[in-house]
Design a protein around this ligand. Structure first.
Ligand code: IPE
Ligand code: IPE
Ligand code: MG
Length: 262
């Protein structure tokens, strides 16, 4: 019941264009039940399905999910392998449903470190869903923001060496952003982290310069569609000022310019 009401309520107001989520707490969810951490990750896959579906239902344009960080490679081998296996299974099992929902999948991160079978399946999914026009689902996989920024500098320097960039004043924020793995994707308006932790853990450092943060004290497997809608409603009630005064923002929105949503 609640779902319907709050869904209608948030859809009547301007939605964020891009939501990024740090899906945290799978391991603790399982440990609390005396289960192996892998059960938490399995359960987490079901949450991903329901949240992707929820985003499609409200017409969200971009959803980025922090799926596996560069630092996560340091976890015990058995957990890393289980995560890779779960991912491959989920891709194979869910491709038809993602196609039905019109989801377009993209991946950001150091994908060359992924096992070749995982990357192979992912690549098929990316290619197959490329023409879709529904939610763009960005999976951050083997992703680290500092890795991404250093990688961008490397590409930029390579372009200098090849004479494609000649002068330092050609480097602007917009130009630099095109070297990031998120090129072409708008910055997240709202970032959600589950599990009660209040940190970025090397996620989208550049892109979150003006993102609104929302931390929820629930483990990822317990996160429901309603929690997403509540996060969006909370976001809609905020005033994004981008360095300006509240009065300036009000004047802009009175002029019909929707400055609150950026
Ligand atoms: C998030 O849950 C999933 C990944 C990082 C892959 P965790 O596995 O970090 O769960 P906690 O934080 O240990 O509970
Ligand atoms: C961040 O979660 C990475 C993902 C959710 C994929 P972690 O659980 O790895 O983050 P830290 O290490 O506790 O900061
Ligand atoms: Mg964690």
């Amino acid at each position: 019941m609640m779902e319907q009401n709050i869904k209608e309520e948030i859809m009547a107001v301007g939605l964020p264009e891009h939501i990024a989520i740090i899906m945290d707490g799978n391991g603790r969810w399982a440990e609390k039940r005396g289960l192996d951490r892998v059960y938490g990750h399995k359960q987490g896959v079901d949450t991903v399905k329901s949240i992707v579906e929820a985003c499609g239902e409200i017409g969200l344009k971009y959803l980025t999910l922090y799926t596996f960080s560069i630092e996560n490679w340091n976890r015990p081998k058995a957990e890393v392998n289980a995560l890779m296996g779960l991912m491959t299974d989920a891709i194979v099992r869910e491709t038809a449903e993602l196609m039905r929902q019109g989801v377009r999948v993209k991946v950001i991160g150091n994908t060359k470190d992924l096992p070749s079978d995982v990357w192979g399946k992912l690549n098929e999914l990316i290619e197959k869903t490329a023409p879709n026009t529904g939610v763009t689902l960005v999976l951050a996989l083997s992703y680290g923001a500092r890795w991404e920024i250093v990688e961008a500098v490397r590409k930029l320097m390579a372009d200098c060496e090849q004479g494609k960039v000649n002068r330092s004043d050609e480097v602007t924020e917009e130009m630099f952003a095109r070297y990031l793995s998120t090129a072409g994707i708008p910055d997240p308006d709202l970032l959600i982290r589950t599990s009660g932790e209040c940190r970025l853990s090397n996620f989208l450092l550049w892109q979150c310069a003006y993102t609104e943060f929302y931390f929820i004290d629930k483990f990822w497997p317990d996160f429901e569609k309603d929690d997403l809608y509540l996060a969006i409603r909370n976001f809609q009630r905020r005033e994004r000022r981008f360095g300006m005064t509240g009065q300036q923002i009000k004047m802009r929105s009175d002029d019909g310019d929707n400055a609150i949503l950026g």
